[in-house]
Design a binder for this molecule. Structure first.
Ligand SMILES: [Fe+2]
Length: 390
């Protein structure tokens, strides 16, 4: 797990780029037809003895092929490569294909922990307290910020089994889903709440409002999302929820223009979470609403999202050194429950060939100290408690 001190420090990496939304004026029937033509599975690339002998050179030699295939299929599973069994080798891999590391979209919350900060490597959800928690399909994305690519790496697989990595093509899910439901969600749009704070309903209104204002002023800005504080939105009296602004459930891929299912409902809908292994405390519970009326998604709609999504999941049993490269605007990811201990990590990447999409912003490294303090204080919480990404 050691970093290579001969390599430059990547701590001052790029900010996570703003989400590229392109969803206006879509004809749903046409969008589904277009998505169906592009639907794809995960491409597998297995290392031969010769590939392994080349080390990072293999990735340098095949950079163009890898980038082209990633755009075409949305995800590539590299299997059996010795190079990525170490932190330094993993970094050599993504540097060889010239990806540019960036912050996690939720980095500013202080809840995302680095595995190796100077290598821009974050830890995935490895905590024993969350091993029994199923993470549904999502993109590493908020309404505001979205990483362009991700490279998930296995350093140690779960010692007692489970923990398969889940990946699904957003184009295949869109093509699969009941047209009436896609149309309904597209017309009404969705809103996602990312946190619940239960204020005893017996508290007088002015205290409830005081808590709301306090969270709004002190907590919400840390999340770098466009959040609205709402009380009782999901029908629970006294429940304060931090709700993202309205978004389209589908989007056109920024580079290819392919229409894809692009939202985190499979992971975030309460009716689905309540029906599967979930170890997240109430404060980290999420919910999905129809944006126009702020009603929660019906069970029927949740079940169709579940059916269409799960039909296209590929569950990967990753071995040490395996890397799953993901186009975050095309493929969604998740993780099955596991037993024992495991160690997986991930780096996020920004746009490398579209500078105007990337922006100029880099991580202000002087904030390091504060982020470390917050990380330390928050360590007792499930690190992904606000939206359990990755
Ligand atoms: Fe994630």
């Amino acid at each position: 797990m050691a970093t290579d001190m001969d390599k430059p420090d990547l701590s001052g990496m790029w900010e996570c780029p703003l989400t590229k939304w392109d969803s206006n004026g879509m004809n749903i029937v046409e969008a589904q037809k277009e998505a169906a033509k592009q639907a794809s599975g995960t491409l597998e690339i297995r290392a031969s003895a010769e590939d392994n002998a080349l080390g990072a050179e293999y990735f340098r030699n095949n950079k163009d092929m890898i980038r082209k295939e990633l755009l075409k299929s949305g995800s590539i599973w590299f299997r059996g490569f010795d190079l990525m069994k170490s932190v330094s080798g993993y970094r050599q891999m993504h540097e060889a294909i010239e990806l540019q590391p960036c912050l996690d979209p939720l980095h500013s919350s202080g809840l995302r922990k680095f595995s190796s900060e100077r290598d821009a490597l974050y830890e995935e959800v490895n905590k024993p307290s969350l091993r029994g928690h199923y993470i549904g399909l999502h993109s590493e994305s908020t309404t505001k910020r979205t990483a362009a690519y991700a490279a998930f790496v296995c350093f140690q697989k779960a010692t007692e089994g489970g923990g398969r990595f889940l990946v699904a093509d957003g184009a295949a899910i869109l093509a699969e889903m009941d047209t009436a439901l896609v149309q309904k969600l597209y017309d009404r749009q969705i809103r996602i709440s990312v946190s619940n704070i239960d204020i005893p309903p017996s508290f007088p209104q002015f205290i409830q409002d005081g808590v709301k204002n306090l969270v709004d002023a002190a907590v919400a800005p840390k999340f770098d999302m466009d959040l609205e504080m709402m009380i009782g939105a999901d029908g629970k009296e006294g429940r304060l929820q931090a709700v993202e602004i309205a978004e389209s459930p589908i989007n056109r891929h920024p580079v290819t223009g392919i229409p894809v299912w692009f939202n985190n409902a499979h992971n975030h809908a309460r009716k689905l979470r309540d029906r599967r292994p979930c170890g997240v405390p109430e404060v980290g519970m999420t919910e999905v609403f129809y944006a126009d009326t702020m009603e929660t998604l019906t069970l029927e709609d949740c079940n169709e999202i579940k059916r269409a999504s799960e039909k296209h999941i590929t569950a990967l049993a990753m071995e040490p050194g395996d890397v799953l490269l993901v186009d975050n605007y095309r493929a969604l990811h998740g993780r099955d429950v596991f037993q024992g201990d495991r160690y997986h990590a991930v780096s996020w990447f920004t746009w490398d060939d579209n500078e105007e999409w990337r922006g100029e912003e880099r991580r202000p490294v002087q904030k390091n100290g504060m982020n470390k303090v917050i990380n330390g204080m928050m360590d007792w919480l499930p690190k992904d408690f606000e939206s359990d990404q990755s």
